[in-house]
Design a protein around this ligand. Structure first.
Ligand code: PLP
Length: 458
């Protein structure tokens, strides 16, 4: 079949069964609805059609007008697509935590992108919601699509997402799972599916740090909002499109679980989705544990992992955020020196002779010694500085060592991690540390290597 334009390809996304990322002995079936099959690579293409279509019908948007939205990227992409096909301009306002890929993609569609700080209250004039309202006020012939509160959002999921799931599963769905950003998906599709089957449960997994969980359970915010790293889901305010009466339960999911699972989804199932999809799945798995009888879960997977290559799929970013074990960062100098069999520091004095120091190295079976002068360590002497010059006659056994001492020592702290220690070594430094008893200890590259090979398996 040939579509008349790209907008006609929105929706009718596939549902795929999950095999390897779900518990082995689970009696349940976990089905993923993959919204990255939409042309803008996310679930938001659906509402872009509805938000713009609704505004046109009501006369709120006239030809050549400007679409303005506060969006974490995906809605922007959907709106940019629709705007391009229908000939509108577009301005998007988004918080600074949104990935660079998402921003660049919007600019590629010719849209303007305005970045606002994440760590401000929604009422703050710098928040992305406040900035978008202001822009709408000052831009002539503009329409603020208002995805959080515009009822066309949830209505579109009622009209498309819900019926698709019902049809694709032949009505065999027991639990519908979707995280809430605006709430449109969970409320709209959830409402449709519940009308079809009143026994169906609607589950809304929520990132730890979002206030939605508290609002559902306690009708007030008990903790938070706190920052979290999963994008697009969870809130610091209650959007009108979150219909609490449709949602049967909330499950909280830690960032770490979501970022771990998102990598498993692509590595084990070949399904490259974003962290919010993994968050939804993690919530579904937790929730499923209470049921003995087999249930079928349909989990909304909102967008593509391709938008998160510099985050979830970047090892450094994952380690920096504590989502991936990093033994070099989690182990400290203190831990390393505890493994060293070096009760006291061996050192040479600046006035000593070459032969004396050679004998010292030999006696203690060490390759380098710090050199003291007037109670202070002034440098280091390495066996390589002595052996060759001695063997080739460039150095005499009774010469003083003073001119051989190298000053490249660095003092490190017990709390420093091994990655920074390794950085010092790479720059040619020799590390000294005062341990908790005040004793000076020398750490060599070999000490680090020994520690890594015995303790670090990555
Ligand atoms: C990545 C991602 N996942 C999930 C959602 C949640 O969808 P909804 O806004 O319909 O609640 C969003 C919404 O912004 C999103 O961007």
């Amino acid at each position: 079949m040939i579509y008349d334009n790209i907008l006609e390809t929105i929706g009718n996304t596939p549902i795929v069964k999950l095999h390897k990322v779900v518990p082995k002995n689970s009696p349940h079936t976990f089905l993923a609805k993959l919204e990255y099959f939409n042309p803008g690579l996310s679930v938001k293409d659906r509402i872009a059609l509805a938000l713009i279509g609704g505004a046109e019908q009501r006369g709120d948007l006239k030809p050549g007008g400007t679409i303005i939205e506060a969006t974490s990227g995906n809605t922007g992409m959907g709106l940019a697509l629709v705007a391009a096909v229908k000939g509108y301009k577009a301005i998007f306002i988004m918080p600074d935590k949104v990935s660079e890929e998402k921003r660049a993609a919007l600019r590629a569609y010719g849209a303007k992108v305005v970045i606002t700080p994440t760590a401000v209250e929604p009422e703050d004039p710098r928040s992305y919601l406040s900035v978008s309202k202001k822009l709408a006020e000052i831009t002539p012939n503009s329409f603020l699509t208002n995805q959080y509160h515009n009822p066309d959002n949830a209505r579109q999921h009622y009209a498309t997402t819900g019926p698709e799931i019902w049809k694709q599963t032949n009505g065999k769905v027991d639990v519908f799972v979707a995280g809430a950003g605006t709430g449109g998906t969970v409320s709209g599709a959830g409402r449709f599916l519940k009308e079809k089957n009143p026994n169906l449960k609607v589950l809304c997994p929520d990132p730890v740090g979002s206030i939605l969980y508290d609002l559902f359970y306690y009708k007030e915010v008990r903790t938070g909002p706190q920052p979290y790293k999963v994008e697009g889901v969870g809130e610091d305010m209650l959007p009108d499109n979150v219909h609490m009466d449709i949602i049967d339960d909330f499950v909280q999911v830690e960032d770490k679980e979501s970022f771990h699972l998102v990598r498993e989804l692509v590595a084990k199932e070949g399904i490259c989705v974003g962290p919010s999809s993994a968050m939804a799945l993690a919530g579904a798995i937790k929730y499923s544990e209470q049921f003995k009888e087999p249930k079928t879960f349909v989990i909304m997977m909102a967008d593509s992992g391709r938008a998160y290559l510099s985050k979830a799929f970047n090892d450094d970013w994952m380690k920096d955020n504590g989502f991936m074990p990093s033994p070099m960062r989690s182990n400290t100098v203190k831990k390393l020196i505890q493994t060293l069999n070096q009760p006291e520091l061996i050192f040479a004095k600046v006035g000593q002779k070459v032969l004396e120091v050679v004998q010292l190295l030999k006696k203690h079976n060490i390759s380098q010694v710090p050199v003291y002068s007037e109670g202070e360590i002034v440098g280091i002497l390495d066996e390589s500085d002595l052996i060759f010059p001695l063997a080739t006659g460039k150095l005499k056994a009774d010469e003083p060592i003073i001119h051989l001492v190298k000053g490249n020592i660095i003092w490190v702290e017990e709390d420093d991690n091994l990655e920074s220690l390794s950085d010092h070594f790479q720059k040619g430094f020799i590390a000294l540390v005062k341990d908790s008893s005040g004793t000076t200890r020398l750490i060599t590259k070999i000490d680090l290597l020994d520690f890594i090979s015995n303790n670090v398996t990555q």
